[in-house]
Write a protein that binds this ligand. Structure first.
Ligand SMILES: *[C@@H]1O[C@H](CO)[C@@H](O)[C@H](O)[C@H]1NC(C)=O
Ligand SMILES: *[C@@H]1O[C@H](CO)[C@@H](O)[C@H](O)[C@H]1NC(C)=O
Ligand SMILES: *[C@@H]1O[C@H](CO)[C@@H](O)[C@H](O)[C@H]1NC(C)=O
Ligand SMILES: *[C@@H]1O[C@H](CO)[C@@H](O)[C@H](O)[C@H]1NC(C)=O
Ligand SMILES: *[C@@H]1O[C@H](CO)[C@@H](O)[C@H](O)[C@H]1NC(C)=O
Ligand SMILES: *[C@@H]1O[C@H](CO)[C@@H](O)[C@H](O)[C@H]1NC(C)=O
Length: 433
């Protein structure tokens, strides 16, 4: 399928809890490809202190849905990530580093083939006296300059988009993706003043698209189709495995109620650590991720544990779900074993029994996760055998600053529409496929 830029005049009526909202159909729909996922590193959120460098390690890029973009007339395939907010592509003359900071040959970073050549873009402008710097929980990091250029994604073009052009790259790439398109909130962006070190938030791509009138409606929507186990194991690149829609809802069939969830922001606690808060007037309140309240999870044995969690992010850049420890323990006790070394709940790739059922309850509505999503290929062991893990993993205990993740294992089953102006997400169950 090719990118289409058809403006639908049809409006879809969606029912929400106690009310009815009207969400427009997509103005632009862009295909996504998927590339093979690297091994899951156990995901740890470092708590950020106010004044510290952000981000709070929102993205690890285990899961990789790709989208084609053009910046300054140059084409790139980048990871679509709703768990981070920066767009970046490496400088053509980047240097590669090992995670310990030792310089190593460029090919060792395994970036995809294209890098950005600032001098070849007539529209590139440098943002002086600033540094783009982002670190990931995996130890990967990128440092360099920030600038502005025209950024186009599937027919939606934004002028003067701020973005990162890292020249120091410590990255565990895969030879395919050339950067990241982050679609989270300005509070999570990664440009800092050289003089003071102050965080200088800026508007990410889609916020600018709305402000510049490149789309009429402040919604973007994603569907991520599940790959088969064989595709996960053998195909480094699978085209047409999902869609990104700009300006409205992805046109795929859904069933049941669409729920409307307000996005939860963060503010520093008494010790200065950012924690989720419902008080939008709290000092230094900011939006970071698409973070929502999860009412609970339903699975065999779920009655015996507290399953609610206040701050759970919807993140296209993470493969599995990271849920509160007791949820992961009770769910996986039915079928998985905990691997002490990796911290992952491991399952048999050849498992023929259906995985135990699992649903996520959002705004009082149950969203079913298909059993097909629960066996996730996670690379190979030392003997070359494929390793599979459960789609539900331990995201740590529930405490004030905890943040959990609903990754692609959940997202394969729903259409999520994001409103960046009145911060909210709309979730609808997809018709089983
Ligand atoms: C990007 O474009 C190239 C060339 O047209 C195509 O082969 C590739 O599948 C596209 N990637 C995505 C993510 O759509
Ligand atoms: C840093 O990492 C590289 C690559 O993994 C390794 O070759 C090198 O010995 C390490 N250097 C130090 C000082 O640990
Ligand atoms: C950048 O910093 C240099 C050195 O401090 C200063 O001379 C220059 O005016 C600054 N440029 C801008 C655009 O602020
Ligand atoms: C790209 O790298 C070149 C060579 O190191 C450097 O001169 C230039 O300032 C860099 N540009 C950007 C935008 O990072
Ligand atoms: C919200 O935060 C503001 C600013 O700190 C404070 O004055 C107010 O009491 C808080 N509201 C609630 C309901 O906690
Ligand atoms: C959610 O936040 C509210 C208000 O801060 C708190 O009372 C409640 O205990 C939290 N619930 C969970 C599950 O963390």
């Amino acid at each position: 399928m090719h990118p289409s830029s058809v403006v639908f005049l049809v409006w879809t009526i969606l029912s929400v809890v106690g009310a009815s909202v009207v969400l427009p159909r997509a103005e632009f729909t862009i295909p996504l490809a998927r590339k093979r996922v690297q091994s899951q590193k156990r995901r740890v959120f470092n708590r950020a202190k106010s004044g510290d460098k952000l981000p709070l390690e929102g993205a690890a890029f285990e899961s990789e849905y790709l989208v084609n973009v053009t910046v300054g007339g140059q084409n790139f395939q980048v990871i679509l990530d709703t768990g981070s907010a920066d767009f970046w592509v490496a400088n053509k003359t980047f240097e590669c580093f090992a995670l310990n900071g030792t310089a190593i040959p460029d090919p060792a970073c395994k970036l995809g083939p294209a890098q950005f050549e600032p001098t070849l873009s007539p529209t590139f402008e440098l943002l002086p006296n600033t540094t783009f710097h982002i670190e990931y929980g995996s130890g990967e990091y990128l440092t360099g300059l920030a600038g502005f250029d025209t950024l186009s994604v599937g027919g939606v073009s934004v002028a003067h988009q701020e973005f990162g052009v890292p020249s120091e790259v410590a990255f565990l790439g895969d030879g395919i993706s050339e950067g990241v398109l982050g679609l989270a909130f300005p509070g999570l962006t990664s440009v800092y003043s050289d003089e003071s070190g102050t965080h200088l938030p800026y508007n990410p791509f889609f916020v600018n698209a709305v402000q510049q009138g490149a789309v009429q409606n402040p919604y973007f929507s994603i569907t991520l189709n599940r790959p088969t186990l064989a595709q996960q194991e053998h195909d480094p690149f699978v085209p047409d495995l999902g869609q990104l829609s700009l300006g409205g809802v992805v046109p795929v069939p859904t069933q049941g109620k669409t729920v409307n969830l307000p996005v939860i922001g963060y503010a520093p606690d008494a010790n200065g650590f950012f924690v989720p808060t419902l008080n939008t007037s709290a000092t230094a309140y900011r939006l970071l991720w698409y973070s929502v309240l999860v009412d609970g999870y339903i699975f065999p044995g779920s009655d015996a544990v507290v399953t609610a969690s206040n701050s759970t992010i919807l993140d296209s850049g993470t493969t599995v779900n990271y849920v509160p420890s007791p949820v992961a323990a009770v769910y996986n006790a039915h079928w998985a074993t905990l691997d002490g070394e990796s911290g992952n709940y491991v399952v048999d790739c050849a498992e023929t029994r259906p995985p135990p059922p699992f649903s996520v309850v959002l705004a009082g509505t149950e969203f079913v996760v298909d059993g097909k999503d629960m066996v996730v290929v996670n690379g190979q062991d030392a003997e070359g055998n494929t390793v599979c893990i459960s789609g539900v993993q331990d995201g740590g205990p529930v405490s004030e600053g905890s943040t959990f993740i609903l990754g692609d294992v959940f997202l394969h089953n729903v259409v999520v529409t994001h409103n960046v102006v009145d911060p909210a997400v709309y979730v609808a169950q997809r018709v089983p496929y």
